[in-house]
Design a protein around this ligand. Sequence first.
Ligand code: OXD
Ligand code: MN
Length: 588
Amino acid sequence: MATFLEKWVEEIALLTKPDKIHWCDGSEKEARELIKIGIEKEKLNGNPVFHELNKSTYPDSYLHRSHPNDVARSENLTFVCHADKETAGPNNNWMDPKEAKAKMNTLYSGCMKGRTMYVLPYMMGHPDSPYAKACVQITDSTYVAVSMRIMTRLSNIVIKKIGNTDKFVKGIHSVGELDPARRFVMHFPDEGLVMSFGSGYGGNALLGKKCFSLRIASCLGLKEGWLAEHMIIMGIEDPKGKIIYVAAALPSACGKTNLAMMQPTIPGYKIWTLGDDIAWMNIGEDGRLYAINPEFGFFGVASGTSMNTNPNMMKTLKANKFYPTLYTNVGLDTDKNEPWWEGMSEAPKNMKDWQGKTYDGKEKAAHANSRFTVSINNCETLSKEFDSPKGVPISAIIFGGRRSSLLPLVYESKSWQHGVFSGSIMGSETTAAAIHASGVLRRDPMAMLPFCGYNMGDYFRHWLNIGKKMKNAPNIFFVNWFRVNEEGKFMWPGFGENIRVIKWIMERVIWKGEAVETPIGNVPTVKGFDTAGLKDVPASDMEKLFGVNIKEWGEELKSIEEHYKTFGSKMPAELKQEYEALLKEYQK
Ligand code: OXD
Ligand code: MN
């Protein structure tokens, strides 16, 4: 008798009509076979799917060039299909589930003719974790199949785990014709189903990542009483060997991955990496918040990654313990057959750009969103708790943003509710690298705006409720590495020096280290903040970095009011009260 899973695969095969069906087992042998197919047979936009890089300097590493129209997440083509629009909220595109299914079924009809359908059974989270989820993705792309093996725990053991039940999250993916007019990423939270068509880009096609582990999982978390967050997880070890764990949410272009893998400048401090993108957080039996990283790899932005900005990632990329490492849309040094991107080193003499054209130095060699896909097991600073089924207890939650003024280098919220307020008003100024105008503030609450699978007003309420259920709730902090002085220069050096901020956070958590109260929360005193050996930051800038002047908050308060209005009656009264309290301080 066929199992529920087998029947489902059969049903999708009848619709999509592949030439072959391949059930993946997750072995290295299989990954090598898939890469060989990608080098020798499968084509994308006329190019082979994989190009093998220099065997001695970049062993087991492959270059992939995507279609030039398919280089990033397609937020405008991403839908969350709840039964009604209000549940999806103003933060999501919504389509009626029946209409969305009909649209996708039309696109899927016969789309795998002449292709192989890969069935990928995988776990998000360690299989022994009570918080892990079994999933199956169908795809017709070897790039996606190989990437999923790096990014998730992909194994045929998951098929046994699922047995003859329907308890698994389903994903259907086909690259289609890579035509943006026929591209959609549809989520069906009530069914635990994602349907994606027309894109091979990671965020649209690796369905375990943003689609399941954030959009669908956030809906599961609301129902089941936990949090699925766009957060890194890291351990901080002090010179005495004491370790605390923190989770941090930063919008893009704020150094999130660099923070998760930081090489501290203060002797004796160590950062232990657990995750660079997603945290699932449950309340444990002791009433504390425990986090697991459901992923198994890094899908990180290559451009700008270097021995200066993230030496640990550069080492991870060369570690070559777990097969293979992929590079997508980077430049190619044609003399050395090595990947290259802006920021890595001096530009090589002879190069192909990310589209395979001869590099002429006019445009960028690597796409701004060029990526690497590498196993987390290659990371030297991986925490020994990474596989812990119950996760790690979180002592502090860090929010952050890119703000040139107003917000100090770091502040601590006054309470859980006040911390939720600081997360709900989180925003970042856009950089020149983004498509948006430079310097424009975009609100991105908890860095979850594109990833919360339901109405954000309900999401804020969920955060407040979680706070009420915990004993020893984590302290909530806010960081801003990007404050500028009168000349418009960044005052804080960032990167490895950020350990000084992390150290202060650790001291606040453990023994209530020195701080002063301000209307927005507690900030460090210059005296109580470790500046020993810190170069290039004059004492006067240290004062400015911690400065809070509520009289400058007029525009900001108006903008927060506007932001809150978008969530209408769903906006929790407690957060409006926090806003009113801040407004009063301004009006004093
Ligand atoms: C990512 C993102 O790719 O947040 O991680 O966009
Ligand atoms: Mn992310």
